[in-house]
Design a protein around this ligand. Structure first.
Ligand code: UDP
Length: 358
């Protein structure tokens, strides 16, 4: 069974770290990886392939730094050429980026079945490019692998029961990745820290591209930094915006780090302050409270369990949510993301379904 996997951005490399490792255990699976180039530099791409031992991409499209339309369009064109050449049995996409949508569209129009890992997530905010990508990808996918009960329910509500596709709640491949890579020795340890810091990441377009939101968030961080260290592995997009706007940041800024280092930074932090989707879950799995710099989240079960709180970009809310949780001991032991068996479930499902066809 030949699977063509489309990867483009950091969170997809991490999910592939879990699933591709499982694929390689099965002789009957031949995985061909296409890297679209959306994230391309050493810190945002190479480090994950090296450290997570993801098979090297057979194709590298080098498509990046374009507007959404231009990027998606060029990706569709290039992926289509590869599909003609490789004729895979299945195209696999992860998450909600332009690479996800481009891959799904190119394959579906060639009648190649599409599997979407991380299906059914919704923020219900149609201003987010990710929300548009995930809704459209779900609608044309044949296999929808949901990470949570809520994402499964979202698809049911949208009428996916009436469509000709397969919707399964398998758990989150990111949970598999956290469990596996948090046990790996941190060979690239570039940061020697005590455990007295808040770990912070900011990269989402709704925060970086809105001057008021970005300045309010930074202003809250500057205030918090007066009493506790705030460590920010800074995303290149945010770095550029801060530079363009000449905003002064009083935190400890470092370059983006590799995944094993990131998991270590979360594990040793006092709490996590982020607008990332993945990091909200990693904080929970590694038993840290998370304060989320967004107005809504796709990972609502974290909010419902009281381990995550949404503060948007409101300076006062950010400061008080962080201060309230700095010394609180983490309290939750429910299993929200499948406990580390998602990759195996996906593979078992695909193998048994495809056996019927050949
Ligand atoms: N991450 C990382 N190094 C960093 C920042 C993030 O390895 O310096 C990882 C993080 O642990 C998570 C993933 O990248 O697994 C999340 O990526 P991002 O926040 O870019 O995207 P999102 O999850 O919001 O889609």
């Amino acid at each position: 069974m030949k699977i063509l996997t489309i990867l483009g951005a950091r969170p997809q490399f991490i999910k592939a770290g879990a699933l591709s490792r499982e694929f390689s255990k099965h002789n009957q699976i031949d995985e061909v990886i296409v890297h679209t180039g959306q994230h391309f530099d050493k810190n945002m791409s190479d480090v994950f392939f090296d450290e997570m031992e993801i098979p090297k991409p057979k194709y590298n499209l080098g498509i990046n730094s374009l507007t959404h339309g231009a990027m998606t369009g060029r990706m569709i064109e290039e992926i289509e050429k590869i599909l003609f050449k490789e004729s895979p049995d299945l195209l696999l996409v992860y998450g909600d980026t332009n690479s996800t949508l481009a891959g799904a569209l190119a394959a579906k129009k060639m009648h190649i079945p599409v599997a979407h890992v991380e299906a059914g997530l919704r923020s219900f905010n149609m201003k987010m490019p990710e929300e548009i990508n995930r809704i459209l990808t779900d609608r044309i996918s044949d296999y929808l692998f949901c990470p949570t009960e809520q994402s499964f329910e979202n698809l049911k509500k949208e009428g996916f029961d009436n469509l000709e596709n397969k919707v399964v709640n398998v758990g989150d491949v990111m949970n598999d990745a956290v469990l596996f890579y948090s046990m790996k020795p941190n060979e690239r340890n570039i940061l020697k820290l005590d455990n007295d810091y808040i770990l912070c990441t900011i990269h989402r377009q709704e925060n970086t591209d809105d001057i008021k939101r970005l300045t309010d968030i930074i202003s809250a961080i500057n205030e918090l930094s007066k009493s506790v260290k705030v460590l920010i592995p800074l995303h290149p997009r945010t770095k550029q915006k801060i530079k363009d706007l000449n905003i002064k940041v009083e935190a400890d800024i470092v370059e983006p780090v590799g995944y094993v280092q990131m998991l270590n930074l979360i594990k040793n932090s006092r709490l996590v302050l982020t607008d990332s989707g993945g990091i909200q879950k990693e904080a929970y799995i590694l038993k840290k409270y998370c304060v989320t710099l967004r107005n809504e989240t796709e990972w609502v079960e974290l909010i419902n369990n009281g381990v995550n709180v949404l503060v948007g970009a409101d300076k006062a809310k950010i400061i008080s949510a962080v201060r309230d949780r700095l010394n609180a001991s983490f309290n939750s032991d429910v299993n929200l993301y499948g406990g580390g068996t998602a990759s195996k479930k996906i593979i078992d499902y695909l193998l048994s379904d495809f056996k019927c066809k050949f």
